[in-house]
Design a protein around this ligand. Structure first.
Ligand code: DP6
Length: 360
């Protein structure tokens, strides 16, 4: 498929006003997206677990308007009008309008809320942009009721990507690949797909406990970080490594090999941060407590031989990943040894989930 396949030909229906709602999850990458080309095309493929509990709920109210010269929308977050969210949404609309040309024909009200605390240092762009993209697609489906379910989801992911790259991995569950990868059937730079191959029982309902080490906003945004991969001395090697790591994960997913899983996932997390540390300008998003937690996880793993590992986002928080069967023991370890390193002792218990849901 190409971008052109997402440009609609004509709509059979018209719609004066209405409302649509979606709930979309966050996701945590195992192989990381870091570096992009024009039009939100990733520099390398990535794969993520879709989460279950960390979600954004968005309602899009729409009514037809006279003047169609510009976008007209208001955004409310947890009940409050948010002027400061508008530029990001406007950029999103500008990027997607050629694929959903009706956007300028409506006045919109966007009402959004998260199931996780806003100031948790957890990026809501993945769940937020995917929920909004799905709402826009539900409106398009009203204008073109013939649209097939498969196309609907693909295009929702395609639009979400234009809002925030990782958001395109927040439509489907439970494992999602985004970015063209030789060994992954159906993979594309344009949208995320459900991982097409075998996944072992070990990964069913995998747990992700998110340790909130630093709830503040980060000093360097992802967009800036992605850009620093241009002319990065290790960029090409890193992009090649992501392809390799994704290929190596295939037998791991199929056979449930947790030892190899841990090696690849932790290597990806540390490589992501090493790219930041070796950018020009360089920066560090980990905090002392991030490292304390990593060391504790390593000694716990050595001591107990339980398959617990960590991954990191572009921030200081630590995602602790482990199989469901070890939940009781690992949670006890987290409470006894890791919570002390969290800001105000806060953490979020999550696990792998099934993807976005349309709300009535
Ligand atoms: C480190 O998706 O937030 O979480 O496309 O600029 O919105 P933009 O970037 P974003 O980057 C996410 C980077 C990451 C890794 C990942 O999720 O794959």
């Amino acid at each position: 498929m190409t971008e052109k396949d997402f440009i609609p030909k004509r709509y059979s229906e018209s719609m004066e006003h209405g409302s649509v709602s979606w709930e979309a999850p966050s996701n945590i990458a195992l192989v990381k997206y870091w570096g992009k080309k024009e039009h939100q095309i990733p520099a390398n493929p990535s794969v993520s677990f879709t989460l279950k509990n960390c979600r954004t709920i968005t309602r899009l109210d729409f009514s037809k308007k006279e003047n169609q010269s510009d976008f007209d929308f208001e955004i409310y977050f947890e009940g409050n009008k948010k002027e400061d969210f508008k530029p990001k949404i406007k950029t999103f609309f500008e990027r997607i309008v050629q694929y959903v040309p009706f956007l300028k024909e409506y006045k919109f009200e966007i009402h959004s809320e998260n199931t996780f605390p806003h100031s948790s240092g957890i990026a809501s762009s993945a769940s937020g942009m995917s929920a909004l993209a799905l709402c826009v697609m539900s409106l398009e489906k009203k204008l073109n009721p013939e649209m097939r379910e498969g196309f609907f989801r693909k295009k929702a992911s395609f639009l979400a990507r234009l809002g925030s790259g990782s958001a395109c991995r927040s439509i489907e569950g439970d494992l999602v690949v985004w970015g063209k990868h030789q060994e992954t059937r159906g993979s594309s730079d344009l949208f995320g797909i459900k991982y097409p191959d075998e996944v072992h029982e070990n990964f069913k309902n995998y747990q992700d406990t998110i340790l909130l080490v630093d709830k503040g906003t980060k000093e360097v945004s992802s967009s800036v970080g992605h850009n620093l991969m241009h002319n990065h001395p290790f960029a090409e090697a890193r992009f090649a490594q992501a392809h390799e790591n994704l290929a190596k994960l295939k037998p791991v997913f199929a056979e449930g090999d947790l030892e190899k899983f841990i090696e690849i996932v932790e290597n990806e997390a540390l490589t992501l941060h090493s790219m930041m540390m070796s950018s020009r300008p360089y920066f560090i998003l980990m905090k002392p407590n991030t490292l304390e937690i990593i060391n504790k996880i390593w000694s716990f793993r050595k001591r107990t031989e339980l398959p617990v590992c960590f991954t990191l986002d572009a921030g200081a928080n630590v995602h602790v990943l482990y199989p469901e069967k070890d939940k009781v023991k690992v949670l006890e370890f987290i409470k006894n040894e890791l919570v002390a390193y969290c800001e105000n002792g806060h953490y979020i218990c999550d696990s792998v989930g099934d993807g976005a849901l349309k709300l009535k």
